[in-house]
Design a protein around this ligand. Structure first.
Ligand SMILES: *[C@@H]1O[C@H](CO)[C@@H](O)[C@H](O)[C@H]1NC(C)=O
Ligand SMILES: *[C@@H]1O[C@H](CO)[C@@H](O)[C@H](O)[C@H]1NC(C)=O
Ligand SMILES: *[C@@H]1O[C@H](CO)[C@@H](O)[C@H](O)[C@H]1NC(C)=O
Ligand SMILES: *[C@@H]1O[C@H](CO)[C@@H](O)[C@H](O)[C@H]1NC(C)=O
Ligand SMILES: *[C@@H]1O[C@H](CO)[C@@H](O)[C@H](O)[C@H]1NC(C)=O
Length: 367
């Protein structure tokens, strides 16, 4: 295995705060559900990722204070977020219904199996939400939490179902190796894939770190096609790394056994021009989603790169296309309601938007 140094900074966010603790919370559990599958409306042309946010009194899907593992970065309710409207929106696809999230069903279907999120702190965010949703569905199942493989993997196992929900910390998916010249980002190499390829469900994500420079940049040189460079066009680097990932899936992953999901681009909200409020510089006053189905600035370029690379693959990979629906949710970030009081318009409150990502993940897994 290569260097682990890249992992020590995996969760640097919104400034220079390093994620450190796991917050324990308790309280009563509840799980209310409302929306039902309307099979008459389900048809193959339906795109569940196209739709709008609608107010739904039955939301959220669980009480976050009953979830055992929400980190202080995401636990907006605990850290005093006064408005609760952001918890009350349900994603409504235009031409079909999302299946109701059924955590018991998910645990039963994947009995004895492993589900792994691979990526940066957005994956951590996504993973935490799924743990809360499964815990709400099976509150009496005993849970064990382990750090594995020299802390590169965090695993939460629902023992009664033998289902492990895991997180593999990786900023770029491709390798970063410590070498004599410094840390080298290797765009053509994805050695950690050996640890991923036998997992039953894989949910990948990378984007947040590709444009980071200076102290936040987690490499000193970049290696591509055998050449070592000091820097490179970042979008080209992202595309090359994704292509390396795609080739690895095509050659090394048995997709009859393992389901492979790639999560779309998780957007940030620091520039109000994006949502027709020029002058706004963060998400601190956002309490409602953008009204409508179409975000004014359109999709980020990286989302097109993801679509192109996945579209060119031989093996079936599901694009969990959360970009556009998440762009509309300028209200769903922690802002300063987190355990470090920093302004965070990059990650998302839990409970909150990542629960919808998991509803969509569930829909993809059962279809
Ligand atoms: C485990 O991680 C530490 C810190 O990142 C590193 O120094 C050590 O070499 C790693 N051990 C192995 C066996 O990879
Ligand atoms: C969990 O256990 C409690 C106490 O034994 C019981 O009242 C409750 O119905 C159980 N919940 C579920 C979902 O099995
Ligand atoms: C916000 O976005 C607009 C349009 O893309 C751009 O012109 C402007 O420079 C951005 N503002 C900041 C502070 O980055
Ligand atoms: C966030 O934006 C508000 C108003 O738009 C501003 O007053 C505040 O200083 C900003 N906070 C940070 C930390 O950027
Ligand atoms: C959202 O837009 C619709 C039509 O475009 C309008 O009827 C509605 O009042 C708007 N809602 C809010 C909260 O602005």
């Amino acid at each position: 295995m290569g260097s682990r140094s890249r992992r020590s900074c995996s969760f640097l966010v919104a400034g220079f705060v390093i994620f450190s603790c796991i917050c324990l919370a308790n309280g009563s559990d509840f799980h209310r559900q409302k929306s039902r599958v309307d099979s008459r409306k389900q048809h193959s042309s339906c795109n569940v990722y196209q739709g709008r946010w609608v107010y739904d009194e039955s939301y959220p899907l669980y009480d976050s204070s009953a979830c055992p593992f929400i980190r202080k970065e995401f636990d907006c309710h605990k850290y005093g977020r006064p408005d609760h409207l952001y918890l009350k929106y349900r994603w409504q696809p235009s031409n079909c219904q999302l299946p109701r999230f059924d955590g018991q069903d998910l645990l039963n279907r994947f009995k004895g199996k492993k589900i792994m999120f691979v990526g940066d702190s957005v994956s951590l965010n996504h993973w935490q939400s799924l743990i809360c949703m499964l815990h709400a569905a099976a509150p009496n199942s005993s849970i064990i939490r382990q750090e594995l493989n020299n802390n590169s993997i965090s695993a939460v196992t629902f023992q009664d179902y033998e289902v492990s929900v895991m997180l593999f910390h990786s900023l770029y998916l491709v390798d970063v190796d410590d070498e004599s010249i410094g840390r080298v980002l290797k765009l053509n190499s994805i050695r950690d894939g050996n640890l991923w390829k036998d997992i039953d469900v894989l949910v990948f994500n990378t984007w947040l770190w590709w444009y980071r420079r200076g102290l936040k940049q987690q490499w000193d040189y970049v290696e591509v096609d055998g050449k070592i460079l000091k820097d490179i066009d970042r979008m080209a680097a992202f595309r090359t790394a994704l292509t390396t990932w795609a080739k690895w899936v095509d050659s090394d992953v048995d997709t009859r056994r393992s389901k492979v999901i790639f999560q779309g681009i998780s957007p940030s909200h620091y520039n109000g021009t994006d949502w027709n409020e020029p002058g706004v510089r963060n998400c601190s006053r956002e309490m409602m989603p953008f009204n409508g189905s179409v975000y004014p600035t359109g999709l980020p370029q990286a989302a097109y790169v993801v679509k192109e690379v996945i579209g060119s693959m031989k093996k079936p990979v599901h694009l969990l296309d959360i970009t556009s629906l998440s762009q509309l949710r300028k209200d769903a970030h922690p802002s300063s309601y987190n355990g470090f009081k920093g302004m965070d318009c990059t990650h998302w409150c839990v409970a909150g938007l990542p629960d919808t990502w998991n509803q969509l993940l569930y829909a993809a897994l059962i279809s």
